[in-house]
Design a protein. Sequence first.
Length: 279
Amino acid sequence: MPELPEVERGRRLAATACEGRRIERVRCANDRIVFDEHSPAQVRRALIGRRVRKVHRHGKQLWFELDDQNHPLFHFGMAGAFQVPGVPALSLASSGKRDGDGSWPPRHLKIHLWMEDGGELVMTDKRRFGRIRLRAEPRAEPPISRLGFDPLTQMPPMEEFARRLRGRRVAIKSLLLDQGFAAGVGNWIADEVLYQAGIDPRRGADSLSKAELRRLRNKLGAVVKKAVEVDAVKERFPRSWLFHHRWGKSASARTARGQAIEFIEIGGRTTAWVPTLQK
DNA sequence: CTCAGTGTTCAGTG
DNA sequence: TCACTGAACACTGA
């Protein structure tokens, strides 16, 4: 569920709480699934006493640049989030509902950092698809090295964008979900972009016309930019977005302007689209 | 009780 | 190398 905009919110939260400060205390949950490559003790040892120089994000991957050679890499999976004391966690999924009851430290805590200035940061994950790993050179190693461009920070120029689709015969929806193409796009962003660009999600990626490619690129950039601008708070997404009407898979689902929304499966993922608008 | 959803990776097929 | 399918992972909530 956390796609690029929610991960970017996590990055900002972590940057505010941690950048420039030393990590004084670390507590890790004893969870061999979230800490799948390095034990909780190894991660703890890598972080304690280190200064956080900068918090980076590429697609859905987030990492801390420390004053040492072992940098923590966070992936939120489907239900992970950063939290700081006093700020209720938001979730995009169900109706503006808060995650947890606001207690501190929160439930489903995986790692808890105490900073030298008294600030705290926690990563929670109630479904355990999230991962916390260590990397010496995060950008040069998998999984980050395998990612495509980040649509918020490195949208390629039109010509290169078109080149990246050339020869790809997959459904355009599947290509958008491919993290090796565009990093950070998840299920709802892919559907939103295709809806706004007026493109049938089943179309082969290499079958798009020049005009369609241009619309696709522009909408990809615009949707991501807008969602980040409103800090991934769904109530602040434009009313015209398909996003607000796609949940629940109801047979009677309609857009704000009354067009019927259909649900199909593409590449094993539920796809919401509007046949009368997407050709 | 069953099952969809959510992101990623891997095994297997063509 | 590409494309596709299915499974696995853990858990919530309808």
